[in-house]
Design a protein around this ligand. Sequence first.
Ligand code: SAH
Length: 346
Amino acid sequence: MDKINLKNMTLKEMEVFFESIGEKKFRAKQVYQWLYRGISSFDEMTDLSKELREKLHTYAEIGNLKIIEVQSSKTDGTKKYLFGLEDGNSIESVFMKYKHGNSICISSQAGCRMGCKFCASTIGGLCRNLTAGEIIDQIVSVEKDTKEKISNIVVMGTGEPFDNYDNLFKFIHLANSKEGLNIGMRSITVSTCGIVPKIAEFAKDFPQANLAISLHAPNDEIRNRTMPINKKYDMEKLLDACHDYVKDTGRRITFEYALVSGVNDQSVHAEELSKRLRKIMCHVNLIPLNSVTESGLNGSSRAYALEFKDRLERLGITTTVRRELGSDIDAACGQLRLKNYENLEN
Ligand code: SAH
């Protein structure tokens, strides 16, 4: 019989499980709370009887990610983790310190099948979806390793979260659960490359969470070249869905825009972009592209980014330039995982 992984369970599911093995419901809450305090084996759950711990060993397990590598920035406290999964796949997460609290960027899939030209995560294709337990465990493991509380989550690591919606859905409930990590919906941000039908679903399921869209282009011609998803859902469909999202949730949407030298960073692009975004309550976050050798695309300089920002602002679009954290480590999406993968191949 396969043992059941308790990290994949909501508190309610765990209560049902405890009753199914002849235990009282309240025991589930004790175990659940231990899990989110970073306890990784039944033997450490000191308020459970020896009999119960043995019974749990028989029927259940606690899935734990294994830390393969940690890179720590010497300048800003950023830490990048490479985690090993039970089947040998690996994923990465980035811990970042901000004035308003600690933040984590987590992965939703091992690999990715979206094929964006500038992104390192997609180079080996999709290996598989992460379970809700594997997504939440990135946070539990990093809190345990850093001994710091995380208050903000961005689902912006490897993978396309809306391509793994059911597990993302469960993960968000786990992260938000009062008895668990207790992270507020408003402190959770999900980033998508634009799987349009899921935008309305997300608005309905999580009206208080934040949504970021990886736009990266001012028109279909450029977006088709860099982001294959645009051939399925073009910019008009995407921006209509964003408009509805804002209407339904009352929340401002963020557009991520990585500046690629000579591709989307000219003044005509800023003008075109501002026209398309004018009717949407939004904010543009400019990202100086981290050059990934395999892509042949280069990031615009910081000076270019600031000029692009000024232009957009003059055109009435609120714009920020993303702070570059962890630039002395491999902090760009998928870079560490890719390096590990290449090391394995060589
Ligand atoms: N699939 C989701 C989330 C993961 S990608 C999405 O597309 O939003 C997270 C963000 O990093 C996206 O905005 C993505 O476009 C961006 N990104 C990918 N490669 C990058 C690179 N080399 N430099 C800068 N940003 C990059």
